[in-house]
Design a protein around this ligand. Structure first.
Ligand code: F6P
Length: 545
């Protein structure tokens, strides 16, 4: 953190241990009947309620000062102006350009890239609509199935978005293969007909081991049934490395490019979104882009007290750096968002899981939290026990749609009541006095009551945010993702780290490359560390039994 920001953080930390030590969320509501209005913000149709956090006006003011002191405004301008904010890879970061649907020029490295972006998008749309209409066909006629092969950002975005937009599917069935574990591709290939299946090889670099292994397996399987010549009609590539897609046998008009200024975890807006477009159509895809584009505008222009990504980020920083909370839960009460937390794990943890600052020194504060979550109400019957009564405090985001896409009876009202009940219970808790009164009213004998009461106490004062949106449409989904993207950016800016590289994934890749010949048994393990050598030997012994 740069110096003036560090001073403000220290002030916040000191205040937390002194003036704010007995503060609690319920009292903040008692003291301020307008707290809900003052601690909620809107972006388009999305309402962000952050009133159920243990943050006072003074603390929020200091957090806003912290953003200023960290030069958030300057850093945001640098991001949107196309400066090389990804310093370790010397790249601009411009995924926002992909959802900028205005007519203005988009300058990156001195070039207007608008026509490049629109060119790929219009080729994608012609292709997707041709497949959907059955005018672009495979060997066996119109495509019935699409298999997207990719991993990380070339998988999680498309997987999460197609799941979220399931009610909008009117195209071919879409399947995803990511894991190098052969079980993944095997089970997908077992349920698709080769003659009417389109394979999408999605890889920014076109070198990722998992993707290239799965792509080769898929190609071999396909060629066995349909012959080599049919590859041209059944394989598509999404990549920045168009020379490599050719070498794989993919024809140029079936390769959809993007650029190094689109990071993998920010690439669902690019050609990487082709599987989404095939599933829901190009109109819905454009609406998805425009939702995100709207948030880009909001993030750049809304005053800080109304700026949702800024508020999300500052609340997260308060929890991480002032309160010392390690994790952040994302709990969508929206079954279609069942992969949202997995998606956000890459977005947040690959971006802000860093320990070296932009000055090249180890940072003196915590950075990205562990992000996790599952949809409600399922989580309630699994891990909410810990959220309510465990020893760790877990800030959580709740996401609720006002209307279900496919209403059934009163399911949706029950779902919403559960979400609201959880955030209320987390805030208010249940005191020993209330527990005792309830037990007394139930007629329980004194001795049993005394033994049980403490177990039934809920400490409360546990922080949550709630997002409320009309319905999970493509536009709203685009908004939600972009809100989280910019939250991650703001936190990285304040922590003074590079949110756009991912060197932490490299060592494992390098060692896997070294170990592969040893695992195969082609090369002796030699004098690696005792555990790895022991495991390789034990693996050989078990495998060869
Ligand atoms: O594992 C790291 C990573 O580089 C991610 O950032 C990326 O999304 C993923 O691998 C896949 O990379 P590619 O699209 O180049 O195959």
């Amino acid at each position: 953190m740069i110096d003036p920001a560090n001073e403000i953080l220290k002030q916040l930390q000191k205040q937390q241990k002194t003036e704010a030590v007995d503060q609690n969320i319920s009292d903040l509501f008692v003291a301020d009947p307008d707290r809900f209005d003052r601690y909620s913000a809107r972006c388009g149709s999305i309402l962000f309620d952050y009133s159920k956090n243990n943050i006072s006006d003074d603390q929020l003011d200091l957090l806003l000062d912290l953003a200023d002191a960290a030069d958030l405004n300057g850093k945001r301008a640098a991001l949107f102006n196309g400066q090389h904010v990804n310093v370790t890879e010397d790249r601009a970061v411009q995924h926002m350009a992909l959802r900028n649907l205005s007519d203005e020029p988009i300058l990156i490295d001195g070039r207007d890239v608008r026509s490049d972006i629109e060119g790929v998008r219009s080729r994608m749309s012609d292709f997707a609509e041709g497949v959907r209409a059955g005018t672009i066909v495979g060997q066996g006629g119109p495509f019935t199935d699409v298999v997207n092969i990719g991993i990380g950002g070339s998988d999680l975005g498309p997987v999460m978005v197609t799941a979220a937009l399931a009610p909008y599917h009117d195209g071919p069935r879409v399947h995803f293969v990511s894991n190098v574990d052969g079980a993944d591709i095997r089970q997908v290939l077992a349920r698709v007909p080769a003659h009417t299946t389109l394979f999408i090889i999605a890889s920014k670099t076109f070198t990722t081991q998992e993707t290239m292994t799965n792509a080769t397996t898929a190609r071999d399987w396909f060629v066995e049934q349909c012959g080599e010549a049919a590859i041209a009609d059944h394989f598509v590539a999404l990549s920045t490395a168009l020379d490599k897609t050719q070498a794989f046998g993919i024809r140029d008009d079936r390769a959809f490019g993007f650029w190094d200024w689109v990071g993998g975890r920010y690439s669902v807006w690019s050609a990487i979104g082709l599987s989404v477009m095939l599933a829901v159509g190009s109109e819905n895809f454009t609406s998805f882009l425009s939702g995100a584009g709207m948030v880009d505008g909001h993030f750049q222009t809304a005053p800080v007290r109304e700026n949702i990504p800024v508020l999300m980020a500052l609340i997260g920083i308060f929890h991480r750096n002032v309160c010392g909370y390690d994790t952040h839960a994302v709990l969508p009460y929206d079954q279609h968002l069942h992969r949202f937390a997995a998606y956000l794990q890459q977005l947040d943890m690959e971006s802000n899981g860093k320990r070296i600052g932009l000055d090249g020194e180890a940072v003196a504060h915590d950075t990205g939290p562990i992000v996790w979550g599952e949809p409600g109400t399922n989580g309630q019957h699994a891990f909410y026990q810990l959220i309510h009564q465990g020893t760790s405090i877990i800030p959580a985001d709740f996401l609720i749609a006002a209307r279900a896409n496919n209403p059934v009876g009163d399911h949706h009202e029950k779902l919403v009541a559960n979400a609201l009940a959880q955030t209320e219970a987390l805030m208010l808790g249940k005191s020993l006095k209330r527990v005792t009164a309830d037990l007394q009213a139930s007629g329980m004998e004194q001795e049993r009551m005394e033994a049980l009461a403490a177990h039934k106490v809920f400490p409360g004062n546990r922080p949550t945010n709630t997002f409320l949106y009309p319905m999970l449409t493509p536009h709203v989904l685009g908004q939600l993702i972009a809100l989280y993207e910019h939250k991650v950016f703001v936190q990285g800016a304040i922590w003074n780290i590079n949110s756009f590289d991912q060197w932490g994934v490299e060592l494992g890749k390098e060692l896997a490359g070294e170990l592969l010949p040893m695992v195969r048994g082609d090369v002796a393990v030699g004098d690696r560390n005792g555990s790895t050598s022991g495991l390789v030997s034990a693996f050989h012994a078990m495998r060869d039994q």
